[in-house]
Structures are given as structure tokens and as C-alpha cells.
Write a protein that binds this ligand. Structure first.
Ligand SMILES: NC(=O)c1ccc[n+]([C@@H]2O[C@H](COP(=O)([O-])OP(=O)(O)OC[C@H]3O[C@@H](n4cnc5c(N)ncnc54)[C@H](OP(=O)(O)O)[C@@H]3O)[C@@H](O)[C@H]2O)c1
Length: 354
């Protein structure tokens, strides 16, 4: 609140309300129904395998003759074309890169999907930003596990789960007594093991915006920007690239593991007093008003849909900007230094990290 009692539109960090949890404990609502997972990549494989191990009848769909369908078939799945899956399934899960949702929906899903069926998403952008515009009566739901597919699968096999976000954009026209789209989404979350951890109810908008912002501001964009700038600062000052890489990139894992398992205060308790003293000195200097202004700009670009439009139009024009940026990043001297550091840890490959 502003001092004059008017709402400012901002919530203080201290006043923010907790998130509602959904008790998604059973996959029963999906039993005896037809489920198709379209795409068999990072997320798709884990969703398909976990659902099958939960007793759900799952088929895997994709492009005819694609590598993905070959991998799914060798994991014992029946495979089919995307259009057939979209026409025949009670729940069709789009485990596809976000930039192909619009074309796959337009060519293979929209012509055959009917009111009463449910389309499932793993990230909210394509629906929230209007790249996919489903017709009335089709259930539109999202289950977004908060981790990569390999972790989703590994935790499931250990009898555990990872948290997920769940949202319902549009309910389905269900015949009397049939489960709602919401109930099917809850069963999907349970079937992949996320109900064993926690399923947080949210909206497509909140998931899309916070997910894109987190990966740009911190996890991928912010972290890589800081790591690269720090690496270059040390090397320009005459320090060996191997040392610069070890201190500014390689050791991110140690700190990230502590944050993941113990939270910020637990991480600070585990690091040396010297590192903690340096944290209090450096953090406000680095995350200064200029950085906050940049973060607000990124958030504005994401919320307005500008980021999604920019990515989609680059994809539609052959992904020339994306490919050039990827090549430039791969040619950075950090890569050579990183290879030298990893060569000192031959056990990485044996443990399946390479
Ligand atoms: N990766 C993550 O950790 C993560 C985490 C949370 C949410 N998500 C969300 O999960 C969804 C899937 O992402 P992902 O990272 O799992 O994707 P991915 O690993 O890149 O998987 C892509 C799959 O889609 C297929 N594919 C690509 N283009 C296609 C097309 N035009 N038509 C049909 N199939 C096509 C690929 O098969 P072929 O190329 O062999 O045909 C492959 O099986 C996205 O919405 C993403 O935002 C991902």
C-alpha cells in the first residue's frame, strides 16, 4: 500500500501470499483412458515412462520416421503420427519445443481435436501468448515439473518426485460423470510422481512469465553473463584461463548444490567466513540499480509478449539469429578452459555427466 492508502499494484516481498497446493495423489482418473505424449525429448521421455510405470496406457507420437519415435519404440512404446494421436486421445501431452507448438497445433492438432478432449502443456508460453488458440470445449491444462526430464525420471524410479506447477486455462466439455480437465491434469501430475512432492496450483500466465524471467535473469542468462564477465576480467588481468574458469564457472555447482539442498541461509553457513563476508560486500554492488532496471526491462519484454514474438519470428525465419548466437557462444575461450578442467575429472564421464 502507498502511504495514502491506495494500492500501488506492487506487493511487498514480506506480504506475498503463500502458493496453494493441490493434493494430486492418484493417477486413477487416467486409468482406462487414452494418453499420448507428442515428442520424446527431455521431458517427453520422462512423462511417458513415468505414466506407463503408473499403469497408464501411453503411446508416443511424433514425425513419421523421426529419431524420437525410434527411441520410443526401442523403449517399448507403440508410436503413431501426431495427427492420429491428437484425434484419438483423451489427453494429448505436447512435449515439444515451444517454438514448434504453433505449427504443430495448426497442422496436426487443430484439424482433428474435438471438444471434450484435453491438451496438456509442460510450459505456459504458447497458450498464454496466443501462439496456440484452442477451440471452445477443449480442456487446456499444464503440468510443469520444476526440473529436467532426467531428474523427473530418476526421482520417480527412487520412489520420490519433484515439485510441479499445475494450471487449467480452459475446462473441457465433459460428459456427465466424466472427470474434468482439472482432474485429468491432477492424475497426470500424480502419474509422473510430482504428487509425491508438491503440486502448486498456478496459472499459465504466472508460470510462463516467472519461468522465462527466472531463466533469463538468473539461471541461464544472468548466471552465464556474470560468469563470462568474471572469467574475462581475470584473464584480461593476466590470470590463467584454467584458474579463472575453476573459480568463476566450475565452482558454481558447489554453491548451487548448497542452495538447492539448504536454501540461502544454509548455503551461507556452509561457506567460509571469508566467502560470506565477500557476499555481503559484493552482492549489492553487483545487483545495483542498473541491474534491477535491466531486470524490469526483461520482465516487461516477457509480459508484453515481445520476447516470445521475437523468438517465434526468428524461428519462422530459419532461426538465423539463434544459430549465430549459439555458434559465437561455443567459440568463446571459456569452452577451452572448461574442457581442460573437466579433463582433470575423468570420473565425470563414468558417472554419466559428460
Ligand atoms: N527441458 C526441460 O528441462 C524443461 C523443463 C520444464 C518444461 N519444459 C517444457 O517441456 C516442453 C518440451 O521441451 P523439451 O526440452 O523436453 O523438448 P526437447 O527435448 O527439445 O524435445 C523435443 C521433441 O520434440 C520433437 N520435435 C521437435 N520438433 C518437432 C516437430 N516440428 N514436430 C514433431 N516433433 C518435433 C523431437 O523429436 P524429433 O526431432 O526426433 O522429431 C523431440 O522428441 C517445452 O514446452 C518446454 O518448455 C522443458
Amino acid at each position: 500500500m502507498r502511504p495514502d492508502g491506495e494500492k500501488s499494484g506492487k506487493i511487498s516481498v514480506m506480504e506475498a501470499p503463500p502458493c496453494p497446493l493441490e493434493p494430486c495423489l492418484s493417477a486413477d482418473a487416467l486409468r482406462g483412458r487414452r494418453v499420448a505424449v507428442v515428442g520424446y525429448g527431455n521431458q517427453g521421455r520422462a512423462h511417458a515412462l513415468n505414466l506407463r510405470d503408473s499403469g497408464i496406457d501411453v503411446r508416443v507420437a511424433g514425425r513419421p520416421g523421426s529419431d524420437a519415435r525410434g527411441r520410443a519404440a526401442s523403449d517399448g512404446f507403440g508410436t503413431l503420427d501426431t495427427r492420429m494421436a491428437a484425434g484419438q486421445s483423451d489427453l494429448v501431452i505436447l512435449a515439444l519445443p515451444d517454438e514448434v507448438h504453433a505449427e504443430v497445433w495448426a497442422h496436426d492438432v487443430a484439424p482433428v481435436i474435438q471438444a471434450g478432449q484435453v491438451a496438456g502443456f509442460i510450459h505456459g508460453s504458447s497458450i498464454h501468448f496466443g501462439l496456440v488458440r484452442p477451440g471452445a470445449g477443449i480442456g487446456i491444462v499444464m503440468v510443469a515439473p520444476k526440473g529436467p526430464g532426467t531428474t523427473l525420471r530418476a526421482r520417480f524410479q527412487q520412489g520420490q518426485g519433484i515439485p510441479a506447477l499445475l494450471a487449467v486455462q480452459q475446462e473441457r466439455d465433459a460428459a456427465g460423470g466424466d472427470p474434468s480437465a482439472h482432474a485429468l491434469a491432477c492424475a497426470w501430475a500424480a502419474g509422473i510422481g510430482c504428487g509425491r512432492a508438491g503440486v502448486v496450483r498456478t496459472s499459465f500466465e504466472a508460470e510462463a512469465v516467472t519461468d522465462l524471467f527466472g531463466e533469463q535473469a538468473v539461471l541461464c542468462g544472468g548466471m552465464m553473463g556474470l560468469a563470462q564477465a568474471a572469467f574475462e576480467t581475470l584473464v584480461e588481468a593476466g590470470y590463467p584461463p584454467l584458474l579463472a574458469y575453476t573459480e568463476c564457472v566450475h565452482e558454481i555447482k558447489q554453491v548451487a548444490d548448497l542452495l538447492y539442498a539448504r536454501g540461502p541461509a544454509g548455503m551461507r553457513r556452509a561457506i567460509s567466513n571469508t566467502a560470506e563476508f565477500g557476499t555481503y560486500r559484493a552482492a549489492p554492488l553487483i545487483a545495483d540499480e542498473h541491474v534491477r532496471t535491466t531486470m524490469r526491462r526483461l520482465l516487461d519484454e516477457i509480459r508484453s509478449g515481445e520476447f516470445t514474438r521475437r523468438m517465434q519470428s526468428d524461428h519462422d525465419a530459419g532461426a538465423t539469429w539463434f544459430r549465430a548466437a549459439r555458434e559465437a557462444a561455443a567459440a568463446h575461450p571459456m569452452e577451452r578452459a572448461g574442457a581442460e578442467v573437466r579433463a582433470l575429472m575423468p570420473w565425470l564421464e563414468a558417472e554419466g555427466h559428460a
